[in-house]
Design a protein around this ligand. Structure first.
Ligand SMILES: Cc1ncc(COP(=O)(O)O)c(C=O)c1O
Length: 415
């Protein structure tokens, strides 16, 4: 591990939290160079929802390379992109009655967020954007400006202008409906908040601590946006691709955002790929106005098209919900059996959090879990929420095994 300390920048982070030399990965497990198995409750922060090295995606990728399929093509038309577009339309958009055009942004989630913000501002001719407390949207300049966590927002990074933060659902306690608060700030010309081009939100805040917005809140926010001519951007980068039980996380609220950012598990196998979906009339880009070298990576498009097969029937969705119920139930049992950690359980689908008021304790549990072969990240502004994000294909047995090890870790730490 010395080479990483010697050569890799201090900015590295996951290799500190999970200090093993990983060599192989399959399904919901990672293996280190000595062959030790780690149950993956992190899924590349939502990037390998379909598990590591899915056989069908791997086969499609290898066949494409063997046939000398085009790897890089800027944004020229390729068969790989055509196949993806056709399948995305047939399997995802049409069955959900969604009419979106698709922009291939640069490969990261932050690239998609940058494009979404830029497009919204251009389409509305307004500078301001509303973002929400505990939101995380990436760390390039524009994405950082709508990301709330002070840890990332060093004064020296500048460019945090033209963004107003508003309280997310539940931020002011259960008694306050923050959507009413939001409405007041938008409607009152004395509020000091400029009419925004857009609001950007995650329907389930992931890095911000697993905060699940309620359906009424999401509907109310969507309604405020529609009434006040504000675009609604849903950042579905971590909560999308099935994480909450449906392909898009906003399906449960039956809302149709104007713009959607999708990334992470879109390629299915962990290759970088991001898209921005927009209502057709918002597609006001001039050709090449927002361009970049690595957009619509063909290898990722090949595996993405394959990954979409998961959504051809309801089976995958049903399985996610049933595993989600199991995960939520087990976490509640752990919470009940360990009042000493004073935990709160939150989640939906296969994205759950165990909030522990004491961040040192959550850190100790995460470290102990790693020693016991479970990769369990922490999130939230205080890093005091244990984040349960297993691959969606995890077996019930492995899920239970991992959770048992987490409970043993809690016991070991509080002993
Ligand atoms: C909701 C959300 N938006 C945007 C991003 C940024 O994506 P990337 O790290 O690929 O730039 C993330 C990353 O964790 C995310 O969770």
């Amino acid at each position: 591990m010395k080479i990483f300390q010697q050569m890799e920048s201090e900015v590295r982070s996951y290799s500190r939290a999970f200090p093993a030399l990983f060599a192989r990965a399959k399904g919901a497990s990672l293996y280190d160079a000595q062959g030790r198995e780690y149950i993956d409750f992190l899924s590349g922060a939502g990037t390998v929802n379909y598990g590591h090295n899915n056989e069908a995606m791997k086969a499609a990728l290898i066949a494409y390379l063997q046939a000398d399929g085009v790897v890089h093509s800027l944004d020229m038309a390729t068969e790989a992109k055509r196949n993806f577009l056709e399948k995305f339309s047939a399997v995802i958009l049409k069955p959900r009655g969604l009419d979106y055009k698709i922009q291939f942004s640069g490969p990261t989630g932050a690239n998609a967020v940058e494009a979404a913000l830029k497009l919204a501002r251009k389409a509305k001719g307004r500078a301001n954007v509303i973002a929400f407390t505990n939101g995380f949207h990436g760390l390039s300049s524009g994405a950082l400006s709508v990301t709330s966590n002070a840890f990332y927002r060093h004064e020296a990074f500048t460019n945090r202008l033209n963004v107003s933060f508003m309280p997310y659902d539940g931020y002011l306690g259960e008694a306050v409906n923050t959507a009413d608060y939001l409405r007041r700030f938008i409607e009152d010309t004395g509020s000091g908040v400029d009419l925004p081009a857009a609001m950007i939100l995650e329907t389930v805040q992931a890095d911000g601590g697993i905060n699940v917005a309620t359906v009424p809140w999401l509907r109310q926010v969507a309604h405020i946006c529609r009434e006040s001519d504000i675009l609604l951007i849903v950042d579905d980068i971590q909560a999308g691709n099935g994480r909450t039980g449906t392909f898009f996380s906003f399906e449960r609220a039956e809302i149709q955002p104007d713009i959607v950012a999708v990334s992470k598990s879109l390629s299915g196998i962990g290759l970088p790929l991001s898209i921005v979906l927009m209502r057709p009339e918002l597609d006001q880009w001039l050709p090449g106005e927002h361009t970049g070298t690595f957009r619509g990576n063909n290898l990722a498009l090949v595996t993405a098209a394959q990954a979409l097969s998961h959504w051809e029937t309801d089976e995958f969705s049903k399985a996610i919900r049933s595993k989600g119920e199991l995960l939520g139930k087990r976490l509640s049992e752990i919470q009940a059996r360990h009042p000493e950690i004073d935990a709160e359980v939150r989640g939906i689908g296969l994205i759950w959090g165990l909030e522990i008021p004491n961040p040192e304790l959550s850190g100790a549990i995460s470290r102990e879990a790693f020693d016991r072969g479970v990769i369990l990240e922490r999130c939230g502004a205080q890093e005091n929420v244990l984040k349960f994000l297993p691959p969606l294909i995890i077996s019930d047995e492995l899920l239970e095994d991992g959770l048992e090890r987490v409970e043993q870790s809690i016991q070991a730490v509080v002993r």
